[in-house]
Design a protein around this ligand. Structure first.
Ligand code: ADP
Length: 676
């Protein structure tokens, strides 16, 4: 095994590799530019060497300088991370020529797979499906003929491309010549190679990639797939494994294709074969001959340390894992927290991190900490947040909680955008594609919904739950609502566009449409007042109720407005509300924390105290006729190992106790009545 490794990178990936080194008992060496003198990766390594000014071209891309440092520091090997020099075959060769070990695939494999054209030719030869396209000479006549054959829209790509650079969608023939010229210029400037290729532009694809791992002795396995369809500017924002769309049969086919390609390329170490998928078919895109940003998704889903494995393989160890050792029993999700502004086309932002708090325990791979500055010189990624669970739903819930408990101040970030994303009903259903953001996201989408919308949504849920039945359910939306008859106080919690609202409706004088309503959003009370609520039948003559959902009409003070309901039938318990030309999606929220419950209970009708949750009456502290003081504990309810104390909302006398210790109660059951 190595004794010292130089990490030719910065940021979170350098920190990540340093951690793997330390776990293996290997010393790590950092390199840094002027802008990174005090960076976290410098602090994370055992030694650090300055290699030049801030621009990457004068520091992190200076291969010769880095190799000199490695030799001077007495390193045995270099880990390139991702980006920078990681897919540079000449650098890999120079590392080997300097007597050091390259922690990555053989330079020949990097070269072969680094060309989109060459690797697609290889795929074609192996019978791996590729997107219909053209890879011949780029005279405009030839390109025009082939674009016509493929059919518009077509995508022009730089053969040497990466990171979405040099890619252009062409909608029609009259844009073609100009786009080809521009793509060639861009490719030459960015990659020193102006070869381009044409591909059919798939309109609603998903990005699915397969992680492969091979040693120097011919052992080659796959670690399943990752889905990375959520992208902005062809760059990934959220990745998960397994993909919600991949079943066993597709997994078998797509991973076999990936292994066939890796094998034919003589691949060793960790790599990723990328595909796009649409309408049941998958097509090879390219191979990334390095560790990917999103590798933790596979690590958490499978339970394997990829970086340690990379190092072991490079050190000549045999890959101890067989394909059958790899299980696909967990679901992992990663989001990328970026310093960028989702309100302005996701443009990068900079600044010093002045607040950083994590309330929920989760894996966070970060390259910065509190007090660090995001500079304009490098990638604006702040951290990757990775969670796993037994199912996709579990993982999603964990991600929502983790993001909910994250606080960051300083540069603008995409945190609110990520919260919006992981709560989006279409995302939740797995209905995603690379156009997801374009399709569903609008600047301001994650801004708080206006309070009226929260009241209307809460009113529907609390007062007219029957109206929320799916449209093919033809029962009477006004039908005897158990809520209306039996309940005085109704408490509902909702998530509207990713934000949680807690509502309490107290009926004013039993049975009419007037309610006292309180709605809070986090610590803020967004509405406290009267609401006149009624359901309006929007069906036209002769229509079934199911064709036109009813609307809820709401009068808050002087303002009356109509909120139309739009159903999501395939999504349990959720609904969409339209108001003033905007649509708001609403889902039920998980139960309140005890603290919020306490606040809300006190808002409720003060004469009857209801059970906030279904459970067992654990303790009754008072008897009928007792005088009690505000805040005095009256009853403890226990559910799901959580105890909740119902306290007196004010001074008063206990008029009645409805349940004895040991009784089971449902949410909303009256526990105690209080007299003035
Ligand atoms: P790069 O190497 O620049 O990252 P890729 O070939 O890996 O480029 O493609 C990046 C992303 O661009 C894909 O994940 C996908 O979203 C989109 N893309 C690539 N090829 C196509 C295509 N033929 N049709 C539609 N989208 C594509």
């Amino acid at each position: 095994m190595f004794s010292k490794i130089l990490i030719a990178n910065r940021g979170e990936i350098a920190v990540r590799i340093a951690r793997a080194c330390s776990d293996l008992g290997i010393k790590s060496v950092a390199v840094y530019s002027d802008a990174d003198r005090t960076a976290l990766h410098v602090r994370a390594c055992d030694e650090a060497y300055h290699i030049g000014p801030a621009p990457a071209s004068e520091s992190y891309l200076m291969g010769d300088k880095i190799i000199k440092v490695a030799r001077k520091a007495g390193c045995d090997a270099i880990h390139p991370g991702y980006g920078f020099l990681s897919e540079n075959a000449s650098f890999a060769r120079a590392v080997v020529d300097a007597g050091l070990v390259w922690i990555g695939p053989p330079p020949e494999a990097i070269e072969l797979m680094g060309s989109k054209i060459e690797s697609k030719r290889l795929a074609e030869k192996l019978g791996v499906p590729i997107v219909p396209g053209y890879m011949g000479d780029s005279t405009i006549e030839a390109v025009e003929t082939h674009a016509e054959r493929i059919g518009y829209p077509v995508l022009i790509k730089a053969s040497a491309g990466g990171g979405g650079k040099g890619m252009r969608v062409v909608e029609s023939q009259h844009e073609l010549a100009e786009s080809v010229a521009a793509a060639q210029r861009e490719a030459l400037a960015a990659f020193g190679d102006d070869s381009i290729l044409l591909e059919k532009y798939l309109t609603e694809p998903r990005h699915i990639e397969v992680q492969v791992l091979g040693d120097n002795y011919g052992n080659l396995i796959h670690l399943g797939e990752r889905e990375c369809s959520i992208q902005r500017r062809h760059q990934k924002v959220l990745e998960e494994s397994p993909s919600p769309v991949v079943d066993d049969d597709l997994r078998e086919r797509i991973t076999s294709s990936a292994l066939a390609l890796a094998k034919a390329a003589g691949y060793t170490n960790a790599g990723t074969v990328e595909f796009i998928y649409q309408d049941g078919e998958y097509y090879f895109l390219e191979m990334n001959t390095r560790l990917q940003v999103e590798h933790p998704v596979t690590e958490e889903a499978i339970g394997i340390d990829l970086v340690q494995t990379q190092i072991r393989i490079a050190a000549g160890e045999i890959l101890g894992l067989m394909q059958d050792d790899i299980g696909f029993n967990a679901h992992a999700i990663e989001v990328r927290l970026y310093a960028e502004d989702p309100e302005h086309d996701f443009l990068p932002s900079t600044g010093t991190i002045t607040k950083l708090e994590q309330l929920q325990d989760a894996r966070i791979d970060a390259g910065v900490t509190l007090g660090d500055t995001i500079t304009p010189y490098y990638d604006p990624m702040i951290a990757k947040i990775i969670v796993a669970g037994a199912t996709r739903e579990d993982a999603l819930n964990a991600m929502r909680e983790t993001l909910g408990g994250l606080q960051i101040e300083g540069p603008k970030t995409n945190l609110d955008f990520l919260r919006w994303l992981v709560s989006h009903p279409q995302f939740e259903m797995g209905n995603i594609s690379t156009r997801f953001i374009e399709r569903y996201y609008r600047p301001g989408a994650f801004a708080l919904a206006p309070p009226q919308v929260a009241v209307a949504a809460g009113a529907l849920k609390a007062i007219y739950p029957n109206a929320l039945r799916p449209p093919d359910d033809h029962s009477d939306p006004w039908g005897a609502s158990p809520w209306r008859q039996a309940r005085q106080n109704i408490q509902v919690s909702l998530i509207i566009e990713g934000h949680r609202y807690d509502c309490v409706f107290s009926s004013r004088s039993g049975g009419n449409n007037d309610w006292q309503v309180r709605v809070s959003q986090g610590d803020n009370e967004v509405y406290d007042g009267l609401a006149h609520v009624w359901l309006k039948d929007s069906r036209e003559d002769g229509d079934n109720f199911g064709d036109v959902p009813p609307s809820v009409q709401l009068q808050l003070g002087e303002d009356a407005a109509l909120y139309s309901l739009i159903y999501n039938t395939d999504w349990d318990d959720a609904f969409t509300l339209a108001w003033e030309g905007r649509e708001f999606w609403v889902r039920p929220a998980p139960p309140l924390s005890t603290q919020t419950l306490a606040t809300n209970l006190r808002l409720a009708n003060e004469d009857t105290l209801e059970s906030p949750m279904p459970g067992k009456v654990l303790k009754v502290f008072v008897s009928e006729g007792d005088q009690v003081a505000e805040e005095q504990p009256l009853v403890i309810i226990e559910a799901m190992k959580m105890e909740f104390t119902v306290r007196a909302p004010r001074d008063g006398k206990i008029a009645r106790i409805h349940y004895a210790e040991g009784s089971q109660v449902a949410v909303g059951d009256v526990l105690v009545e209080l007299e003035r």
